[in-house]
Design a protein around this ligand. Structure first.
Ligand code: 13P
Length: 284
């Protein structure tokens, strides 16, 4: 199977009330772990790739890995640019073979965000590529993007609805109280905002900052209209913890496969638990 746009599974997610995981790809082991978990549970999924990860892996390798995963697994997999910062980077990804892009214009004014997102949607749609937009600012640190949680502003439902109507995005990330990275305490998620927006638009709401959110809150978010959930930090932590443990166990180890193998296995477990929690198992 070739890579697919998110429209191959997001409409069903919204209708049947499950969420598809966006698991960020940081290297080959992440890609393999995510695919292995999804094959076992027959789940669609999204490889999220940030601009920082793209610089690290190289765009050609990124696309080749995702295409190989789609072919080997037979699963509906979208390769999605995470937090694309410009029209140019979105187009570069589409040209290289991405099947989906996020345009994050949340740092612009509301009107400018609409104008820029519309341009990306127009070009992407012509190529059969899906688009995620963002409204409000999501706190925390991701790659080079750092937003102080005090400055993270929540999305206003009326603006989110207008944003959807004017841009026609395929899913909409709105700031509702989650943050990138792990939480010091529990996040304060505004389920009322998710519900109000989700009721008014036909596409799913996206929850960023999925790591460390208590299971109950995830289930509730899915029930009120979240159809895509992004997870990165929990896989990074599982990967690094497994590497630390392998190195601590044998200080003479030098073959990377001896510590990257356990790291990959640890990430398979994280991804499996998220797929089951999001309810996307058996939906491929
Ligand atoms: P976490 O790293 O908190 O899981 O967030 C991932 C994310 O939202 C990617 O856009």
């Amino acid at each position: 199977m070739s890579l697919v746009s998110m429209n191959a599974f997001l409409p069903q997610a919204k209708e049947k009330k499950f969420a598809v995981g966006q698991f960020n790809m940081n290297n080959l082991e992440f890609a393999q772990a995510i695919m292995e978990a999804a094959i076992e549970l027959k789940s669609p999924f999204i490889y999220g790739v940030s601009e920082g990860a793209l610089k690290y892996m190289g765009i050609e390798y990124t696309v080749a890995i995702a295409e190989a995963a789609a072919k080997a697994s037979g699963l509906p997999i979208a390769l999605h640019l995470d937090h694309g910062s410009s029209f140019e980077v979105a187009m570069k990804c589409i040209r290289a073979g991405f099947s989906s892009v996020m345009f994050d214009g949340s740092h612009h004014s509301f009107e400018e965000n609409i104008r820029l997102t519309k341009e990306v949607v127009k070009a992407a749609r012509a190529m059969g590529v899906s688009v995620e937009g963002e409204l409000g600012t999501i706190g925390g640190v991701e790659d080079d993007i750092s937003v102080d949680e005090k400055n993270a502003n929540l999305a206003k439902p009326s603006e989110a609805i207008r944003f959807y109507e004017e841009t026609g995005v395929d899913c909409l990330a709105i700031a509702v109280g989650t943050a990138h990275g792990m939480y010091a305490g529990e996040p304060n998620i505004r389920f009322d905002i998710i519900e109000e927006v989700s009721r008014a638009i036909p596409v799913p709401v996206v929850l960023h900052g999925g790591s460390g959110v208590p299971d109950e809150m995830i289930r509730r978010a899915v029930q009120v209209g979240v159809g895509k959930i992004n997870v990165n930090t929990e896989n990074q932590v599982a990967c690094t913890d497994a590497i630390r443990a392998a190195l601590a166990k044998d200080s003479k180890v030098y073959d990377p496969r001896k510590y990257l193998g356990p790291a990959r296995t640890a990430m398979v477990e994280v991804v499996k638990s998220k797929i089951l929690l999001f309810g996307s198992n058996n939906q491929a």
